[in-house]
Write a protein that binds this ligand. Structure first.
Ligand code: GLN
Length: 452
């Protein structure tokens, strides 16, 4: 813990932690030492982790990177975090992220941007940017993030670490501040597939507080095995052929494909006919869900409340809502609430929301057809390496493209993982993504180990 606290101090300019629990972590370390001495320590004894600022941890601030939760303190500890604590993990602090997990660059945070440790003029990815850099820069051993459309995997790729998004419903969302409830997943970021698997295995499993969690038994993912035969692996043809993707990434992906072939696996290209509908479907549905989820932040029940103007001593309730939300939410969150409210409005509901739900079904069916023939689907995690801070902030659509390869897993609810795949010629990390069928996290981890 002391070593990590020193590192956090040294790397303060990266803006990773929004709050460090120094004294508490040291005390917890003492308690764990005691337990170790008495042979009573849990499975995570000594594991120092950080948590994304969207996860509730009782008695600690939680801000979702937003002004609207100013001075708000978590009233309870979420299930995933509680299970880690029960196994004697040490939580060293909470980590900067895009506001309400909306973003791909960590530039939408009320706490300012996080910087990529590989090149501090570049973004770490998002929305779990702080969580990825924390592992990249050795500020903690692992982090817990959330992934609604790539927020664990995309920053993991930009930072050269491992990010695992489990099957939807594998880990309880109780205590995770909701962005888009039918997409949100809690997932680990770590140095190795084994570490990520261990954290997942402890967080996963049924929870009375979240009815969407599956009752499927939790396996020992860290000891997951591959079938005893050559694998059938599909890869996204666009991922190695499309000119919209950095040449260094295409080449690195191709090298991995060749490597897998040389080990005797079948690796074949597939085309997703619905690829171009992934982002529109994702952004219509997630903004719709977000507009509903974020309606609870009204200036009354949580955090930030707008003040009356100097010339008026009172204001009516509607004005209070409007002012608090206008001042409390940042630009991107406001944009998404507006988009989502529009998509759900009476006159447009069928044209957008219903249509997007129908396309979501088609995407799921197309994905199922791929997995009827293949064990895994492989692609680059991102079309580019980490971009410059400010490079895409004026163009939301360009920013949304950063998630072109990651959103599919959330749209269909499948597990997916990003593992490091070397660097480009300038030393910027490249990630490769592996996707598996629902609840095949064990095999996913096993393949990640084989490819690491
Ligand atoms: N970048 C995507 C978005 O802005 C994904 C975010 C996430 O997974 N939380 O919605």
């Amino acid at each position: 813990v002391e070593q990590y606290l020193t590192r956090i101090e040294q790397e303060k300019h990266l803006n990773v932690f929004t709050e460090v629990y120094a004294d508490e972590a040291l005390q917890q370390a003492d308690r764990v030492d005691q337990k170790l001495a008495n042979n009573q320590a849990g499975r995570l004894a000594g594991m120092v982790i950080g948590i994304k600022d969207v996860l509730n941890y009782q008695g600690h601030g939680v801000r979702a990177g937003s002004r609207i939760l100013e001075n708000f303190t978590a009233q309870f500890t979420g299930t995933a975090i509680q299970r880690l604590l029960n196994e004697d993990a040490i939580i060293i602090g909470r980590q900067n992220c895009d506001e309400f997990a909306m973003g791909s660059s960590n530039e939408n945070s009320a706490f300012g941007p996080v910087r990529n440790a590989a090149d501090p003029s570049r973004v770490p990815g998002g929305s779990s940017g702080g969580s990825a850099v924390a592992v990249q820069a050795g500020l903690c051993l692992a982090s817990i993030g959330s992934d609604t459309g790539g927020s664990v995997r995309q920053p993991a790729a930009f930072c050269g670490v491992v990010g695992l998004k489990p099957t939807y419903g594998r880990v309880s969302r109780w205590g995770l501040i909701a962005y888009a409830s039918s997409f949100d997943c809690v997932g680990p970021i770590a140095n190795t597939p084994e570490d990520a698997a261990l954290l997942l295995e402890i967080m996963a499993g049924p929870d009375d507080f979240d009815s969407t969690v599956s009752s499927q038994p939790v396996q020992a993912y860290s000891a997951g095995k591959l079938p005893d035969r050559p694998l059938r692996i599909a890869y996204l043809r666009d991922g190695v052929e499309s000119t919209g993707i950095d040449a260094s990434i295409r080449e690195a992906t191709q090298r991995k494909i060749d490597e897998l072939r040389s080990k005797g696996h079948t690796v074949e290209p597939v085309d997703l006919s619905l690829l171009k509908y992934l982002l529109p479907t994702y952004y219509i549905l997630t903004t719709a869900e977000a507009s509903s989820n974020l309606s609870r932040f009204d200036g009354v029940r949580y955090g930030y409340r707008a003040k009356s103007d100097a010339d008026t001593s009172t204001m009516d309730l509607l004005t209070l809502y409007k002012k608090s939300r206008t001042q409390g939410f940042g630009d991107e969150v406001r944009r998404r609430i507006l988009l989502g409210t529009f998509a759900l409005s009476a006159s447009y509901y069928d044209a957008y929301y219903t249509k997007a739900q129908q396309v979501r079904r088609l995407i799921r069916e197309e994905t199922e057809r791929v997995f009827a023939q293949y064990d895994f689907l492989l692609s680059p995690t991102t079309p580019t390496t980490a971009f410059q801070l400010g490079e895409k902030t004026d163009d939301p659509l360009q920013m949304y493209l950063a998630d072109i390869f990651t959103v599919q897993a959330n749209v269909v609810g499948y597990p997916a993982m990003s593992i490091p795949n070397g660097t480009d010629e300038t030393g910027l990390p490249i990630g490769i993504q592996l996707m598996a069928p629902p609840f095949a996290e064990g095999a996913l981890v096993a393949l990640a180990k084989e490819m690491s």
